[in-house]
Design a protein. Sequence first.
Length: 151
Amino acid sequence: MLDDLDQRLIAALQKNNRLSFAELAELVGSSAASCMRRVNKLRADGVIIADIALVDPKALGKSLTVVVNVELDRERLDLVHEIKRAMRAAKEVTQCYMVTGDADFVLIVAVKDVEAFDVFVKDKALYQPKRSKFRSMITLDRVKYEARILV
């Protein structure tokens, strides 16, 4: 379990992970040395899994975001593993979730345009009538985009 200081540290780092330990200490009401030890432990324990920069996809020429639902025809374990492997390797897929309900997987795909999405679908073999079917939804507006988890 995370104590109150750990939670304050995580909340502060999710807003700005470029803070120095002195700045972080001031924000959370602790010492810089304590903050450094705690943050290093949170990283070592896998609570903090990465320090990344969130980038606007449009700035990189990826102006089309598509939400894709993938439904496997059968619950075959080999197909599940195959889809997982392919989606982990697909540079266009920014998020992939195995889910319950009507779909088996939900993907978030960032590409240049509709033509690039068509190439992605064909290259990644998403549409294979004997194995799976998919439904895509092209996003019109990104209303909220955060990687923060409420602590």
